[in-house]
Design a binder for this molecule. Structure first.
Ligand SMILES: Nc1ncnc2c1ncn2[C@@H]1O[C@H](COP(=O)(O)OP(=O)(O)OP(=O)(O)O)[C@@H](O)[C@H]1O
Ligand SMILES: [Mg+2]
Length: 327
């Protein structure tokens, strides 16, 4: 890995959906991204920009029509060893899942088995990834629920008996019970009321603080990113167009798309008309030439429609926009 502090690195990752008749959806294009130890990294961007596809690619949850065209995903395990996810055999991949890298898919309400009590869902994780006695597992799970402030009684419940917020917290407890280094959480709060969202946010922060877990939190909700993340990566039309510390991204967005996303956040009591983004993201089967954002960009220059901007580094910020050339 290029940085000592990284636990996960994506290098030049490109993934397409080949949907027949020669149509190729370029959902993830040449993505560079790293996650540090104990870090909560946000992944933001409008619907359809490739966030879920990038998570699936990192987890190697890849099957047709999705195809990983190039790139590598490296993860550092607890003893410092580095693993290239795409070089593992299927058996090795199964072994690191849950223990090293965990994935909470979008719509995880449906991830739980509706016909099985919560305790059996915990047993199932251990059955798949380790070999322990039921009594010991139960003790371990109860200990963990207590640490996370969840009632022991949820173990006897079926998923439908839990509130939406409690169900989502249970899903997170399940995904982190084996103490993975990195958790990919795709829209962990989007189906929840604001009150329940707070519980989920606090739980993720507690897990990070207590166990040193790193998270990638996927959300199109910039308000959530502001609350929970240390750094944010902004994705647009399959590309990461800006990465920076959360404070800096909000106080001084450098990419016009980031600026548009932030200006789209409704503010309580705000009477000012929102000046967010106009237009729609492009069709990823036929993205525009040059910068993919140029048709919507209020600051576009001639060059933007012709040549794709490289990545410019400004302090600890990474931005892909011609406006930053020479800055
Ligand atoms: N199974 C699939 N087959 C073909 N195209 C797909 C498939 N899944 C996603 N896509 C396309 O890939 C692109 C990226 O989709 P993806 O689901 O990764 O976006 P997203 O950022 O997660 O969106 P959302 O915020 O709505 O969850 C979109 O153009 C989408 O239509
Ligand atoms: Mg998604």
């Amino acid at each position: 890995m290029s940085s000592e502090s990284s636990v996960l690195e994506c290098r030049n990752v490109t993934a397409h959906y080949d949907i027949g008749k020669g149509i190729r959806v370029r959902a993830v294009d040449d993505v560079e991204l790293s996650v540090k130890g104990r870090e909560i990294l946000g992944l933001a961007g409008e619907s359809g920009c490739g966030k879920t596809t990038l998570m699936r690619t990192i987890y190697r949850d890849v099957s047709p029509p999705l195809r990983v065209v190039s790139g590598s995903v490296t993860i550092r395990v607890k003893d410092g060893e580095e693993i290239d996810i795409y070089k593992l055999s299927d058996a090795e991949l199964r072994r690191i899942r849950a223990k090293v890298l965990s994935y909470i898919p979008q719509g995880s309400m449906s991830v739980m088995n509706p016909t099985s009590r919560v305790k059996h869902q915990f047993f199932e994780v251990f059955r798949k990834y380790g070999r322990f006695k039921k009594g010991e597992i139960l003790q371990q799970v109860k200990g963990r629920l207590q640490e996370l402030g969840l009632r022991e009684s949820i173990l006897e419940s079926y998923p439908h008996q839990l509130s939406g917020g409690m169900r989502q917290r249970t899903v997170i407890a399940l995904a982190t019970i084996m103490n993975p280094s990195v958790v990919l959480a795709d829209e962990p709060t989007s189906a929840l009321d604001v009150v329940y969202q707070r519980g989920v946010v606090e739980m993720i922060q507690n897990i990070r603080d207590m166990f040193g877990t790193s998270f990638i939190i996927v959300s199109h909700d910039m308000g959530l990113h502001n609350q929970i993340t240390d750094r944010i990566a902004i994705m647009y039309a399959g590309k990461i167009i800006e990465v920076g510390k959360t404070d800096g991204i909000f106080s001084d967005p450098l990419h016009p798309y980031t600026e548009g996303l932030i200006n789209s956040i409704p503010r309580i009591g705000g009477s000012k008309k929102l000046e967010g983004l106009s237009g729609l993201p492009p069709n990823l089967a036929n993205p525009p030439p040059g910068c993919r954002f140029h048709p919507r960009c209020p600051y576009r220059m001639e060059k933007c429609a012709i040549e794709e901007p490289p990545i410019f580094r400004i302090g600890d910020r990474v931005v892909s926009c011609w406006l930053l050339e020479g800055k």
